[in-house]
Design a protein around this ligand. Structure first.
Ligand SMILES: Nc1ncnc2c1ncn2[C@@H]1O[C@H](COP(=O)(O)OP(=O)(O)O)[C@@H](O)[C@H]1O
Ligand SMILES: [Mg+2]
Length: 427
């Protein structure tokens, strides 16, 4: 999703810092305005920005907060970042109170500004997602670049983390033969499986769906896959469409564990998703597969802006970085998940979600952050008792620290360069 960023500043140098940062962060259109805040209303009306940057560091008007307040009263959805030398608690509290999302200290530091922009981006994406799904729950398709990329682990554990954000979540195991999603969450109880449900799709309704689900917890239900592949052909695109549509009406989130065989049923499922995560590990076979899958999905009409890359088992300093993956797949790396073999294997083998069994593990934290990002707790959640004050801004509560790293670790010479070229990484 491309966001529009408008900046108002008296300083050419600062406008340049903002400009360079929007380029680093990517997916932005930038509109600089040299001058003072009296131009605020005009800028908002003509640019219609998603993000407003007000630089109060040089020659700024003392009434700046009042001006922002009256402008934001008209455009409350604009994500506003204020740069100010005043970092007193009173000033920060007041700024948050009038709806400023982030106050950065001046002189402005490019890295902090980029972080604030990324945070704005991920928050705006979550807001857009929620409004796109007003008719029902958000459908998230998770597709493996290759087997063993971690799709089932991530799909099930993200589902569980979303439930901890007070959401009702369904996991649909679309790996129709030998699917194992329920096992990752400790549920081995046999229920009606997805094939049996597809066979009766004409009479499927919400009650029937709920009755078919394995109940991992009150808020996490799994539609299991059959143990053997005999009647998989009964799952047709029409049947899967009905199952997903009913699930979307009944749950806040519907997470699809899509097998890496992209047949007509998988394509139908993916086309119904609001968000598509392609799970990739940083090795050549994975990235190569991700590139082909991306091309294939685009050719089948899956909107490019809903496809995002999640790098699993991420370690910095690999032979190639996140930028290379982005160049090759033409999709954005939305998030990285670190590697934590002992904790993950313990969770999988005990069938206890990672955020439950080892909450402090880095992978558990990444999952939690991912879920918070997709389903921020607001006034009616636990985090934000009094509805205003500091809680919803400066603390960066939903942070995206784990998001789009800086793509370091660029390649070595020799054969790797050839591979890089072959895969379209550029030099
Ligand atoms: N971030 C991670 N760190 C360590 N191990 C992981 C991680 N993600 C997945 N795994 C392990 O990788 C294996 C394959 O994961 P799985 O979800 O079954 O892959 P897929 O469904 O894509 O075939 C599992 O045994 C899981 O324990
Ligand atoms: Mg799997």
């Amino acid at each position: 999703m491309t966001i529009k960023v408008s900046a108002i500043s008296n300083s050419e140098a600062n406008l340049k810092v903002f400009a360079d940062s929007t380029v680093v962060v990517g997916d932005t259109e930038y509109y600089p305005h040299i001058g003072a805040t009296d131009m605020l209303d005009n800028v908002l009306i003509t640019d219609k920005p998603d993000v407003l940057v007000v630089d109060a560091s040089v020659g700024a008007d003392m009434n700046i907060l009042q001006q922002i307040e009256s402008a934001l009263a008209k455009f409350p959805q604009i994500h506003t970042i204020l740069i100010s030398p005043d970092q007193s608690v009173e000033y920060l509290t007041l700024a948050m109170h009038i709806g400023v999302r982030k106050v950065l200290a001046s002189p402005v530091d490019a890295l902090s500004f980029q972080e604030a922009l990324r945070f704005a981006q991920s928050r705006l994406a979550a807001v857009a997602l929620a409004s796109a799904a007003t008719k029902g729950g958000v459908v998230i398709a998770m597709v493996a670049a290759k087997g063993g990329s971690g799709v089932t682990f991530l799909a099930t554990n993200l589902a569980y983390a979303l439930a901890r954000q007070n959401k009702r979540v369904a996991v649909l195991d679309l790996r129709f033969s030998f699917g194992d999603a329920a096992i990752y969450l400790g549920n081995t109880g046999a229920k009606t499986n997805v094939v049996e449900l597809a066979q009766q799709y004409l009479r499927l309704d919400e009650a029937m769906l709920e009755a078919s689900m394995a109940k991992v917890s009150e808020r996490v239900h799994v539609l299991v896959a059959p143990a053997t592949p005999e009647q998989v052909a009964d799952v047709t695109p029409v049947a899967i469409e009905k199952i997903i549509e009913v699930a979307r009406r009944h749950y806040d989130f519907v997470v699809l564990d899509v097998s890496s065989t992209l047949d007509a049923v998988a394509i139908k499922a993916i086309s119904l998703a609001n968000l598509l995560y392609l799970i990739v590990q940083l090795d050549i076979p994975n990235v190569r597969a991700a590139k082909s899958i991306g091309q294939y999905l685009r050719a089948h009409g899956c909107a490019p802006d809903k496809m995002q890359i999640v790098v699993n088992n991420y370690t910095r300093g690999a032979h190639f970085g996140l930028e290379d993956v982005e160049k090759s797949t033409l999709a954005r790396v939305a998030r990285t998940i670190p590697s934590s073999p002992a904790a993950v294997s313990n969770s999988v083998n005990q069938g206890v979600p990672l955020v439950e069994i080892t909450p402090r593990d880095p992978v558990a934290r990444a999952l939690k952050e991912w879920a918070e990002n997709l389903a921020p707790l607001n006034g009616n959640g636990h985090t934000n008792g009094n509805g205003n004050g500091h809680t919803n801004g400066n603390g960066n509560g939903n942070g995206n620290g784990n998001g789009n790293g800086n793509g370091n670790g660029h390649g070595a010479g020799g054969p790797l360069n050839l591979l890089r070229k072959f895969m379209g990484f550029g030099q």
